[in-house]
Write a protein that binds this ligand. Structure first.
Ligand code: APR
Length: 257
């Protein structure tokens, strides 16, 4: 990466009054979590219509719940990487929430709790636009619990008897309206939107960086390749999130190795 681009990126970070970050599956790739659309990504093995839709859940709940149980088990050994940690330190340091993720792997939350140590982790906790695979939600009354291992019978809500399902947004389901409103408000107030590890093809998440730009802010993209958003970015930093983010965000760091 040429030095002028790097200096400009560090200046945008330093001077940002309100910064937000939108992350996608790419930030968790270095933690061993498969992305969705890269070669070998999750969707390469399954068609979304087979598994991640309300129709599939109604038609064949056990298969859908077993797929998510598999995804949870695949995540059990994954840990936050240096990209998650750098973002957690950045928002903890600013003391202002701004982390929005499309990921359901819970790694940003773990990074926030691990980096916060004794201080309040709130500023680094993400808005999880697509939910979290580590939580269950009642299909009927929306009660929520930490996810439990799948038993012989389909899990039922203890409050109303509805189906307990992963607390994730399936294709075709609406996102949580309050969460989306909060994310849109943050994007419109921000003068810097970091876009990390997303192909930026899924809406409404992909519209958030454009809201920052329309309000006069800058988009800085961190990705290993071009995306649908690259054209709209003030700067596109090519490389892995785990290498670029610590160098970009940590106060006393230099340029990436
Ligand atoms: N560092 C930075 N970027 C990376 C890295 C890395 N180490 N590895 C991969 N990437 C980039 C890829 O180049 C790609 O642009 O991460 C992006 C991953 O894109 P997708 O697989 O499409 O994942 P995402 O953008 O998060 O998908 C959005 O689609 O399937 C739905 O709900 C699902 O939340 C998901 C949404």
């Amino acid at each position: 990466m040429e030095q002028g681009q790097w200096r400009q990126a560090r200046r945008l970070v330093r001077e940002a009054r309100h910064a937000i970050a939108l992350t996608g599956a790419g930030i968790s790739a270095e933690s061993g979590v498969p992305t969705f659309r890269d070669a070998g990504g999750l969707w390469k093995s399954y068609r979304p219509e087979e598994l991640a839709t309300p129709e599939a859940l109604a038609r064949d709940p056990r298969t859908v719940l077993e797929w998510y149980a598999w995804r949870r088990s695949a995540l059990a050994d994954c840990r936050p990487n240096e990209g998650h940690r750098a973002l957690a330190r950045f928002f903890l340091g600013r003391g202002e929430s701004g982390l929005v993720t499309q990921n359901v792997d819970g790694l940003h939350t773990r990074a926030a709790l691990e980096e916060a140590g004794k201080g309040p982790a709130e500023a680094a906790l993400p808005l999880e636009l697509h939910g979290a695979v580590g939580r269950d939600r009642c299909q009927s009354c929306a009660a929520r619990w930490p996810a439990e291992p799948l038993g012989e019978t389909l899990p039922q809500c203890s409050a109303c008897g509805g189906l307990r399902r992963p607390d994730v947004v399936l294709f075709g389901e609406a996102l949580d309206a309050d969460l989306l409103d909060r994310a849109r408000g943050l994007a419109e107030q921000a003068d810097l939107c970091l876009v990390v590890g997303t192909s930026a093809v899924v809406y409404p998440a992909a519209a958030l960086p454009l809201a920052t730009r329309e309000a006069g802010g800058h988009i800085v993209e961190v990705n290993v390749r071009r995306t649908a958003l690259t054209e709209a970015a003030t700067l596109a930093l090519r490389g892995e999130a785990g290498t670029i983010l610590p160098a970009l965000l940590d106060r006393q760091s230099g340029s990436p190795r």
